[in-house]
Design a protein around this ligand. Sequence first.
Ligand code: UDP
Ligand code: MG
Length: 235
Amino acid sequence: MVELSVVVPIYNEVENIAGLYNSITEAVKDKTAGYEIILVNDGSTDGTERKLDDLALEDPCVKVIHFRKNCGQTAAIQAGIKKASGKYIGLIDADLQTDPKDFFTLMPYLTEFDFANGWRTKRKDTFLKKISSRIGNGVRNWITGDVIEDTGCPMKLFKREVAESLHLYEGFHRFMPTLARMNGYTVVEVPVDHRERQYGTSKYGVMNRAFVGLMDAIVIGWLRKRAIHYEARSE
Ligand code: UDP
Ligand code: MG
């Protein structure tokens, strides 16, 4: 068992792979009692596969999963979590819009909380993306009844038991803090750095994210209301 498993969902990010590997390794190598980097290739068709295989050959800390075809970001995250052996599991996107160094901004919070979610307080995205995200978070909170400022922040760190408690469906990666709370775990949001995407493009459009996200929020809100909580007096 290692201390930290870093899980990365990856779909057509060939230009980001070298930087991703270097910056994660640089950030974590002297700071943990053992780590692994789990790179999940979600059916890329752009040469990502070869790059990942080369890394796995060079570095035993790198573990690679290849999907047969594109199955979606939630599936990639789920597969990575399932393979992870760490006491703590960190998530980050391959586009490096967040900085792997911030795993150690989040880490101290895990003494008091079970799940530390990044919060992009100084977001470097297009105006359209920033405004749609702000509206999205407001609507999501209103529908789900939970309060999370930046549920979509790609930088997350949580304990292994939180990961084991999650039952993810497509799109649910956007609700992981709320799902963790529904399972009885504590969540904190912590400001992290954010920068512009340097290479490659976003895999989502504003409209599909908004529409699907709205449907998913309704489902999560319903599940949250139907969650069962009981305490036995004796067993
Ligand atoms: N991703 C994935 N499968 C998909 C779509 C995206 O594994 O079907 C990965 C993608 O390569 C990136 C992360 O999920 O590492 C987030 O995607 P993206 O940056 O495009 O989303 P955004 O940041 O614009 O929400
Ligand atoms: Mg991104």
